[in-house]
Design a protein around this ligand. Structure first.
Ligand SMILES: [Zn+2]
Length: 606
């Protein structure tokens, strides 16, 4: 049963993360901000207009790295503190204040990349030869050079950065502060509703009457805020399009893919192939759900029910450790030491409370340790989500040990590979432990309903919709709630065909994702999982050598492109083969679910 959430002040401290590893208290935080401000001021004084030879380039890069090293924990502290309770005034004000400070500092620092870009290539080459450490950073700088604007323009844009990022703040404020859900009623009883309880509970509630009532109430509330949310989003899109034009990119897609080091064909292929080839498999899965639950019709609001709810064990935070340990043990001692520390040192915020960001994420400030946000409901799904976030943690934990602050973060295209890899390891571990058809069906349905559904369906449909939005924006258009609703509904109908009725409310799904404020992010989930599916198969077949390759990939951080990183792990993502293999694999899993269901039902009849 879903309960209403307590305020942050009432949660058990053991279930919260320990931000003291960033700063002991507010005083230390404020002192660090002051120190950062003075370091930036002296950096500006020392280097502005003076980056004239390779020694000055290296010295300035050292200074810049030091500034980034100080800025990172400050940025993490204010944003993490805010994310666990967006209704908290103090955290809100600290965040806004830091937003202005960061804009000011960014503006002061903008001379650095501007001047470096103007330095003759020969000098940059010399600097690269002198310092291997900064080679990647300088290569990237040279790659960006054609899109740089006049230094004064860069400075002005940086000064306005918090204003330019305001749409995302507005999105979150509408969603997490202003939107208050009333209880909904079923058969004379009232039930509480919120973003977290809907996504973490009601959406997968097996009582059809309650599930559908919660769905209706949830979307009725979203609908009240659709125009504000759409307006904030349109503002964000226009900003991206204007930036793309000003900087001289051919189109907004090229602009958004530039930093991902991915060409348009890799992006389009991921969306096109999945829309076409995965849809028949997923429709089969929807029909299986309908049959098993004896539903009169299969609605969009029914897609999240577990195949076998009776089998769903309840798992405490403490018990999750055993699952995680057993599943990830293959990653070796250093990795497992990190897992131990994550529990012992409270790296994870498990608590469920009002005002907390929805979903889950991992933030890995360089020089400290990763932090994970999750709202623990006690389902097996949470164990998969935690394994996922620990995958991000393990990635940066490894990368940070081997790379400097400039080189640790790979392309967004690759970001979801290490995280989904851990989900695959979890599934493989569970499957290897039993031959009981009910247990097997439950594990496979967890992978299908959670791992693949989330990454290949939910996020991919977001990506397909997002592509339509950007096509419109790129042609000089704009969007409002009606346009977005139509685009979203169109994508859902195309994918699910006649097998799932896209009932009213589904078109508002675009309001639920913060990803739309992060560029072309949604499609990278399926890209990452394509890589991890193939590598996890290698780990199953070859064991240790494949694990060793994978650890090297994690340690490489951002020093290689997504295609190079995948190649290190034995997967060639420049062809469509890995994706086709992965889609076929999902099809096999769904066929197994159908077979196991027949087997289980036959046994019940006898
Ligand atoms: Zn992730």
């Amino acid at each position: 049963m879903v309960k209403s959430l307590p305020p942050r002040s009432a949660v058990n401290i053991e279930e919260t993360w320990n931000l003291e590893d960033l700063f002991k208290n507010e005083e230390d935080y404020n002192a660090a901000v002051e120190q950062l401000e003075s370091e930036v001021a002296s950096f500006e004084e020392q280097f502005k207009g003076k980056i004239t030879d390779e020694n000055a380039i290296i010295a300035a890069l050292n200074g810049y790295a030091s500034i980034l090293g100080k800025m990172t924990p400050i940025g993490a502290y204010q944003s993490l503190a805010h994310s666990v309770d967006q209704t908290n005034d103090e955290a809100q004000m600290r965040s806004s204040k830091y937003g202005s400070t960061a804009s000011k500092l960014g503006s002061q620092l903008s001379f650095f990349t501007s001047e470096l870009s103007e330095v003759p290539s020969e000098l940059l080459e010399n600097a690269m030869n002198q310092s291997e450490e900064y080679k990647n950073y300088l290569e990237e700088l040279i790659r960006q050079k054609p899109y740089k604007l006049h230094p004064e323009v860069e400075k002005t844009l940086a000064a306005f950065s918090s204003v330019l990022n305001a749409p995302y703040g507005l999105y979150n404020t509408t969603k997490l502060v202003d939107m208050n859900f009333d209880d909904f009623e079923v058969d004379g009883e009232n039930y509480p509703l919120s973003y977290t309880t809907f996504e973490g509970g009601w959406e997968s509630e097996t009582d059809t009457k309650k599930r559908r009532a919660a769905y209706d109430a949830f979307h009725a509330k979203l609908r009240e805020y659709q125009h504000t949310t759409a307006k904030a989003y349109d503002m964000h899109l226009q900003k991206e399009k204007t930036t793309s034009d000003l900087r001289g990119y051919e189109n907004v897609f090229d602009y958004l893919l530039f930093n991902q080091e991915v060409d348009r064909s890799m992006y389009d292929r991921q969306i096109d192939l999945i829309m076409k080839n995965l849809a028949p498999h997923m429709r089969k899965y929807a029909s299986l759900l309908q049959k098993v639950h004896g539903l009169d019709e299969m609605n969009f609001s029914d897609l999240k029910i577990p195949l076998d709810p009776n089998y769903e064990p309840k798992i405490t935070i403490e018990e999750s450790k055993k699952y995680i340990d057993d599943a990830l043990a293959i990653m070796g001692d250093d990795y497992m030491n990190m897992i131990d520390r994550s529990y012992k040192e409270r790296w994870t915020d498990f608590a469920q409370n009002a005002g907390k960001s929805t979903g889950a994420f991992c933030s890995s400030p360089y020089g400290v340790h990763p932090y994970i946000l999750i709202s623990w409901t006690g389902s097996m799904e949470d164990v998969f989500v935690l394994a996922h976030e620990l995958g991000h943690a393990g990635h940066f934990y490894n990368a940070h040990q081997h790379q400097n602050i400039f080189n640790s973060r790979p392309s967004m295209y690759f970001i979801e590979a290490p995280s989904t890899m851990n989900e695959m390891l979890m599934a493989n571990h569970l499957l290897s432990n039993s031959n009981d058809p009910k247990f097997k069906r439950w594990v496979i349905s967890s992978i299908v309903a959670r791992t693949y559904y989330h990454n290949f369906v939910t996020h991919l449909l977001e990506a397909a919709y997002q592509r339509k939005v950007y096509e419109r924006i790129d042609a000089g258009g704009s969007v409002n709630a009606n346009v977005l609703n139509n685009l979203k509904r169109g994508v859902l109908e195309e994918f699910w065909g006649d097998d799932v009725k896209i009932n009213e409310g589904a078109e508002l799904t675009w309001m639920r994702q913060p990803h739309y404020y992060m560029g072309l992010y949604p499609y990278t989930y399926s890209a990452g999982l394509t890589i991890s599916t193939q590598v996890s198969k290698r780990i199953l077949e070859e064991g240790q050598p494949a694990v060793e390759d994978w650890l090297k990939v994690l340690q490489a951080g951002g020093t290689k492109s997504p295609a190079e990183l995948s190649k290190m792990a034995g997967v060639d993502i420049t062809t469509e083969q890995p994706l086709l293999d992965t889609i076929a694999y999902i099809g096999e899993l769904i066929d197994q679910l159908v077979e196991l269901t027949d087997e289980i039902e036959a046994a019940q009849v006898n």
